[in-house]
Each structure stands twice: as structure tokens, then as C-alpha cells.
Unconditional design. Structure first.
Length: 264
């Protein structure tokens, strides 16, 4: 039960902070010698994260849906909400294709702690570079289809453990001169279809095999912990990025990566 609570909190916070949830969910069991809780638990952790996103951005999703309907009747360029909705769909395509083609190979070949440590450090430095080089002037209504495709391709790279979905997509957004908060908002909205699709695909396997005996309470605990901590992580990061640079997350990634390499 305690393990389920801890893993749920880790999933929720690290899914949305630019520090890699996959890295932490691999490393914590490795450090403490915990057994793999199984597919069902992992699926509900991600569905908890999805719940956190929807709870925080429900108004954005509503406005995008309404805007997309309106955009069929007029120019998309005058309808920011509808435009962003279509950009979310376009930006999801690269990660969707990459996931279908490479997810299984990546899961089996790229989960070594040393490789995760190197990835944490390298992509942390890339985030720092984007922070220093990006002009951070453009807002959501300034985005174009090139932004959506580039950030979408960046999301595909996040299949590699240690990269961080939010980290690499915020990095891409900063390189495209988006404001930090704008890059983060688009990042979270963009992640929703992929998290949903991944959760539903895995849920079919859970449905077919059934929930293992004794896992109901841990699954519920992990789901709630992931949803609540995910909501709080998004709230924190959106506020933080409106005022501060991303450097604190860069330092954390580098220190964590070095610690893993030293004690591997």
C-alpha cells in the first residue's frame, strides 16, 4: 500500500515536471528493491495522470472543442482555440507513429539505469540551452503549424526513458521562441491524446487478463495519488514558469544523473 502511494505520487509529479517520470518509476524500484507491481498498476497510474490534466485544463479542452466546431464555419486563423485544437491533433501524429513502431523495442532495450542517467544529463543540458537561447516572446495565439509539428516530433523522442515528455516538448517550445508558460500549456494539452491512447491500449490487455488478486486497493491508491499529485504538479509548474527560468530542473537532472552513474 505504501509502495502504491509513493509510486502514484512519483508518477503524478514527475509526469509533468521536466524530470522524466519513466526514469523515476524505473529508478525508485531499482533503488529500494521493489518488485514490478504489474501492467494493471502502471495503466491506472497513467490514467490518474490523465485525470489530473483534464481536471486542470478542462476549460481549455471545452474551448478547443467549441473552437474546432466553429472553425469549420470560418477562418481558423481568427479562432485561437480551434486552431490550437487542430494543432494538438497534428502534433500528436509523430509520437503516435513512433509509439506504434518503436515502443516495444525501446521498452526492452533502453531501460538500463546508466543509459537513463546519461539521457537525464544530456537532455537537461539541452533544456538549459533552450532557456538561454529562446527569446520567449510568442504566445499561444502566435503558434503555427510548424510549431505543432516540431513540438510533436520532440514528444516522439520522449519515448526514450530519461528524456521527459514535458522536458523535451518545453525545450522545443523554447527553441521556437514561445513563452515558458505557453510552451508548458501546449505541452500538457499535447500530451493528453498520447496518454489517453496509451492507457486505453494497455487497458484492453488488463481487461482481458483481469486484475491480479489483491491489487484492487493498491491500484485505487495509485490512481488517486497520481491524479492529485499530477494536478498539483501542473498548477505549480504553470505558476513557476510564469516567473522563473527552468534552470532548477536542469540542475536536478544533472545531479540525479551523476548520482546514478556514481552508484550504479
Amino acid at each position: 500500500m505504501v509502495q502504491a502511494l509513493i509510486l502514484g505520487i512519483i508518477q503524478g509529479f514527475t509526469e509533468f515536471l521536466p524530470v522524466s517520470s519513466t526514469a523515476h518509476l524505473i529508478l525508485f524500484p531499482w533503488i529500494f528493491g521493489w518488485e514490478d507491481p504489474g501492467l494493471a498498476f502502471d495503466v491506472f497510474l497513467h490514467l490518474g495522470s490523465l485525470t489530473g490534466i483534464i481536471a486542470f485544463f478542462w476549460r481549455d479542452f471545452y474551448n478547443m472543442a467549441a473552437g474546432m466546431i466553429k472553425s469549420n464555419k470560418g477562418s481558423i486563423d481568427t479562432n485561437t482555440e480551434g486552431k490550437i485544437g487542430w494543432y494538438i491533433i497534428i502534433g500528436t501524429i509523430p509520437a503516435g507513429i513512433a509509439g506504434l513502431l518503436f515502443q516495444d523495442k525501446i521498452e526492452s532495450l533502453l531501460r538500463d539505469p546508466s543509459l537513463i542517467a546519461v539521457t537525464l544529463i544530456l537532455f537537461g543540458l539541452l533544456l538549459w540551452w533552450a532557456e538561454e537561447k529562446g527569446r520567449k516572446r510568442r504566445k499561444l495565439h502566435n503558434m503555427n503549424i510548424s510549431d505543432a509539428l516540431i513540438i510533436g516530433c520532440a514528444q516522439a523522442v520522449a519515448l526514450i526513458p530519461g528524456v521527459s515528455r514535458s522536458g523535451i516538448t518545453i525545450t522545443a517550445g523554447l527553441f521556437r521562441n514561445l513563452e515558458r508558460e505557453t510552451a508548458a500549456r501546449f505541452t500538457f494539452l499535447l500530451s493528453t491524446p498520447i496518454i489517453l491512447a496509451g492507457g486505453l491500449l494497455s487497458f484492453t490487455d488488463v481487461y482481458n487478463t483481469g486484475l491480479p488478486e489483491g491489487m484492487l486497493l493498491p491500484v485505487i491508491t495509485g490512481f488517486i495519488a497520481s491524479a492529485v499529485s499530477g494536478f498539483l504538479a501542473i498548477k505549480f509548474l504553470m505558476s513557476f514558469l510564469s516567473k522563473q527560468k527552468v534552470n532548477i530542473f536542469v540542475y536536478y537532472r544533472i545531479v540525479l544523473g551523476l548520482v546514478i552513474l556514481l552508484f550504479r
